[in-house]
Design a protein around this ligand. Structure first.
Ligand SMILES: NC(=O)c1ccc[n+]([C@@H]2O[C@H](COP(=O)([O-])OP(=O)(O)OC[C@H]3O[C@@H](n4cnc5c(N)ncnc54)[C@H](O)[C@@H]3O)[C@@H](O)[C@H]2O)c1
Length: 284
């Protein structure tokens, strides 16, 4: 999307961290922005900050785990700005632990916010972007944890691999129309992710201010989220599908792909496949 000025964007998780960074960058570039977040007070402050700078923004309280809430946010966006061109499914939470040590409630919370939040965002907003024919862009926030499986982050890794998969599927589906799709895979960014259980609903075990000091220390040293906001805007203009924020982590992905391809090297000399002739067989 070369020309963003005057276009309308909806962003989830926009009251804090990278979502707020994007709202700042998009509105500074002349976009009209609907900020969505589950936390009303920080959302109101973010909207007030941007309105105070003369930006065209509004806010809507949304819980991305709830389909009706996301569809209501889409209605609010259309009511405020008439149409929508850009949707950023960014809201996310982080629970740590191995698959077996993570409680069922934390598993469901992580998957409901990080994966279902993107599903509802795509279902509510993609038809609206398609409907006006002016083109647009969708950004889904995954993580480096959607490209590489970090230890003690099983539910988070699983949720973010799902976001990468949905994004790549949408890229393939929208190859020929005027709608770009990007997946944001940040490294460490200095946000409030370490306290994301502040927003955990009662169905998932309730809110807590418990946090991992190790995670807080790591996040503190991360990239400024406003820089990520500017990078995402640049990716939308450039129609860049993969957005990596930390080039120093390239070797993690390279190493993973090398290990995966090692599976083919082994299959090439595997006894069970010795006399079998296969030609691919998946119709793309
Ligand atoms: N910070 C990092 O190092 C890092 C790295 C990779 C990926 N990410 C991803 O970036 C995204 C943004 O997180 P952040 O790091 O800016 O953290 P953050 O906590 O600063 O911001 C996340 C925002 O999402 C909102 N939110 C949480 N649950 C919600 C729900 N159910 N409905 C609507 N909004 C909800 C929070 O209120 C918060 O404002 C997340 O998807 C996260 O997984 C973060």
């Amino acid at each position: 999307m070369k020309d963003v000025a005057g276009k309308v964007a909806f962003i989830t998780g926009a009251a804090s961290g990278m979502g707020l960074g994007m709202a700042r960058a998009f509105s500074a570039a002349g976009m009209k922005v609907m900020l969505g977040d589950i936390q009303k007070d920080p959302l109101d402050s973010a909207v007030a900050e941007l309105k105070g700078q003369g930006r065209e923004v509004e806010g809507v309280v949304v819980d991305v785990t709830d389909r009706d809430s996301v569809f209501a946010a889409a209605d609010a966006t259309i009511a405020a700005f008439g149409k929508v061109h850009v949707c950023v499914n960014n809201a996310g939470v982080g629970a740590s632990g191995s698959a077996e040590s993570t409680s069922e409630k934390n598993w469901r919370w992580t998957i409901d916010v990080n994966m279902w939040g993107v599903v509802w965002g795509l279902q509510a907003f993609m038809p609206l972007i398609e409907s006006h024919g002016e083109g647009g862009h969708v950004v889904n926030t995954a993580s480096m944890a959607g490209m590489f499986s970090f230890r003690d982050l099983s539910a988070y890794n699983a949720s973010k691999y799902a976001v990468v998969a949905m994004s790549e599927t949408a890229m393939a589906e929208h190859q020929k129309d005027n709608i770009g799709v990007s997946v944001l895979c940040p490294g460490v960014v200095a946000t409030n992710l370490g306290t994301s259980a502040r927003n955990r609903g009662d169905d998932y075990g309730g809110a807590t201010d418990k946090k991992s000091e190790q995670m807080m220390e790591m996040l503190k040293k991360g990239l400024n989220p406003d820089i990520v906001g500017e990078q995402v805007l640049e990716a939308i203009v450039d129609d860049q599908p993969y957005i990596f924020t930390d080039p120093g982590l390239r070797s993690l992905i390279q190493g993973r792909f090398d290990r995966i391809l090692g599976g083919y090297d082994w299959a090439d000399q595997c006894e069970a496949l010795k006399n079998v002739d296969q030609q691919g067989g998946i119709d793309l």
